[in-house]
Design a protein around this ligand. Structure first.
Ligand code: GLP
Length: 241
């Protein structure tokens, strides 16, 4: 793992955007894995700036997002598809047909999950996967558990995640209880992984990820076993290291 600590979240975001930029410049049709939550938003703003200034061309880039809530249609204001459109895709020259977010609707979410992994594989696998981390150490929506779940699958959200994500909804009861998430094998299959964690609230989860044993009760700790992981932290997130 390469760990870099920045003075603040803006500088971490600039570094993250630079890593994406170098991947896209090197391989214009690369496959990027994207994340939701508030952490990647400053990185997306940097990518938008680079695109609008003509530095970065997304016209051939393909993307796969980590996760989606079960039961929320793409046009729902709190869906991750809508989030990605609003925070990134609507502002860059990516072809929306090349952007993928798992489907949380339809009769058979398990089938959607299996098809998502197949689509990633058929596309050639993710070149660079962006990750955030939950306060409880989750990556994607892979919650603390007694075993790592390999493929993309349907997960039950923990109370801690429901509480953390209530801020995006009108009230707690509106937060879906289930999500479809890339599994641990799916995430670990990416050729490179870039994790961003900012704020003191993430300090314990970051410590468990980096300094603890590989343990499914701290899902992000599995990243210790990946051969190419960069972790970008601000001072708050690094405060327990
Ligand atoms: C969400 C997402 C994760 C994200 C995490 C942290 O639940 N499923 O992919 O990394 O929570 O979110 P935030 O960056 O808002 O703290």
């Amino acid at each position: 793992m390469t760990i870099r600590v920045f003075e603040n979240d803006r500088l971490a975001a600039k570094a993250a955007a630079t890593i994406f930029a170098s991947e896209i410049l090197k391989k214009p049709d690369c496959i990027i894995g994207l994340a939701t939550g508030s952490t990647p938003v400053p990185t997306y703003q940097e990518l938008i700036r680079l695109n609008q200034e003509g530095v970065l061309d997304f016209s051939k880039v393909r993307s796969f997002n980590l996760d989606e809530y079960v039961g929320l249609a793409p046009e729902h204001p709190c869906s991750y598809r809508r989030f990605m459109n609003e925070q990134l895709f609507d502002h860059i020259n990516i072809d929306k047909a090349n952007t993928h977010v798992p489907s949380g609707i339809g009769d058979d979410p398990e089938k959607n999950a299996a098809e998502y992994d197949a689509a990633i594989e058929a596309a050639g696998g993710v070149d660079l996967q962006l990750l955030g981390i939950g306060h409880n150490g989750h990556i994607g929506f892979n919650e603390p558990c007694d075993r790592f779940i390999a493929p993309t699958n349907i997960v039950t959200l923990t109370d801690s995640t429901i509480n953390a994500n209530t801020r995006f909804f009108e009230k707690r009861e509106d937060v879906p209880r289930k999500a479809i998430s890339m599994g641990i094998r799916t995430i670990m299959s990416a050729r490179r992984i870039l994790m961003i964690a900012t704020g003191e609230g993430k300090a314990q989860a970051v410590r468990d990820m980096i300094c603890g044993d590989i343990d499914p009760r701290h899902p992000a700790s599995i990243l210790q076993a990946h051969h190419n992981v960069q972790i970008l932290l601000d001072k708050g997130a690094a405060s327990l290291l």
